[in-house]
Design a binder for this molecule. Structure first.
Ligand code: NAD
Length: 361
């Protein structure tokens, strides 16, 4: 049972993040314990992934879903999509606790939201799970291509990051040619490997690193990249650091070690502290391409799926990440604010403007 203190802490958290609605889903029959957070729906229905994770505490799960859903609002808005931001977490071990009944029960909770939330994939869920949810509700994206979905979003996400890297190089060097540039890609998973391929196609010198050293070795061999130990990537003298593993790798300690001029990768929430580390990077003259701006390819792919999937349209929208990044970097330069502040400013203006359109009739 909730105590007064924990109730206060939940509501004060909601105030801090500015959420519209948070739904707690519980079903003892299937063992489902989930939280769906709808951050903002001014631009459209809240689309976001379902993360299944064995959180240590329910508070950790709540904090994660609030943070993830807010960043989805910003990601969709900066990409010019008519989508709001939401996310869901299922508490449990995806290898042991997941099954058809649990996912379909979750789908029933999504159905009850009548389209206010559209579910997609995240860590611990996959296209098969989306198919189970689709058996209960139409409000799901990320389905396999064979049944009319957009398929694996990772190649599109990598293309967006590649566009973000090019826009960042243009800002610093006056040309977006990557000739003669070097990039460290940390995390060679679905997105990382696709990014390595795109970079090597342009003859970029690429260093790869992964906690899974075998994966790192294989990818380096396949694409002609250089595998480096995860422990000393911050000692490498490269132009660009591309975090494609987990968040929080850009912090006071790593910023002081970094030798690169640009940080641009796919990982969500790369800055340990958005305000403090955004400012520190600005002061140090390291260009940070905000993660939610350049890793939007996945959500763009889902958006395209909702509109009647077209790979061509997905790629066109993803190429717009180049211009979106250029606009953010320009605002940061002209107002001497961090790139994160600049991106947030553009997003918040779009949401405020569209809110006025909606409330005027
Ligand atoms: P993935 O799980 O396929 O790959 C992640 C890789 O990072 C794995 O190979 C893993 O071994 C490695 N890794 C984990 N911790 C590491 C560490 N400390 N140091 C080095 N390597 C480490 O994930 P993905 O789908 O490629 O996504 C990568 C990142 O991009 C995630 O943060 C994800 O949230 C984000 N992202 C993914 C997509 C998408 O469409 N897949 C879209 C937008 C953002």
């Amino acid at each position: 049972m909730l105590t007064n203190n924990s109730t206060e802490s939940i509501f004060s958290k909601l105030d801090t993040f500015g959420h519209k609605k948070v739904v707690f889903c519980s079903d003892p029959d299937t063992g489902l314990k989930a939280i769906i957070a709808i951050h903002n729906t001014v631009l459209g229905p809240a689309l976001g992934g379902i993360r299944m994770w064995a959180y240590k505490t329910e508070q950790d799960a709540l904090t994660d879903v609030l943070r993830l859903s807010k960043s989805m609002t910003y990601k969709a808005a900066i990409s010019g999509l008519n989508l709001g931001g939401g996310s869901a977490v299922i508490i449990g071990d995806s290898h042991k606790d997941k099954g058809e009944a649990l996912m379909r029960k979750f789908g029933r909770f999504v159905k009850n939201l009548n389209g206010e939330f559209i579910a997609g994939e995240d860590v611990g869920t996959n296209p098969r799970d989306m198919e189970y949810i689709r058996m209960e509700t139409q409000h799901v994206a990320g389905l396999p291509e064979s049944i009319g979905g957009g398929g694996d979003p990772a190649p599109i996400a990598a293309m967006g990051v590649f566009m973000g890297i090019k826009a960042s190089v243009k800002e610093l060097f006056g040309t977006d040619s990557l000739t003669g540039k070097s990039v460290i890609v940390q995390g060679i998973g679905h997105v990382g490997e696709n990014l390595v391929r795109l970079l090597r196609d342009e003859n970029v010198k690429v260093y790869v690193s992964d906690i899974n050293e075998e994966q790192s070795r294989q990818v380096s061999k396949k694409y002609g990249a250089e595998a480096v130990s995860n422990n000393n990537i911050f000692d490498i003298d490269a132009d660009i650091y591309s975090p494609c593993a987990l968040g929080g790798t850009v912090n006071t300690q790593t910023i002081n070690k970094l030798k690169c001029a640009i940080i641009a990768g796919s990982a969500n929430n790369q800055l340990e502290d958005e305000t403090a580390h955004g400012q520190l990077l600005l002061e140090k003259g390291i260009l940070f391409a905000p993660d939610y701006v350049i890793n939007a390819g996945g959500v763009i792919n889902c958006y395209s799926e909702l509109m009647g999937f077209s790979k061509k349209r997905s790629l066109q929208l993803t190429e717009n990440i180049y211009e979106a990044t250029r606009n953010v970097l320009k605002l940061s330069r002209t107002e001497n604010i961090s790139t994160v502040q600049a991106a947030n400013k553009i997003v918040e203006k779009r949401i405020t403007d569209i809110n006025k359109v909606k409330s005027s009739y």
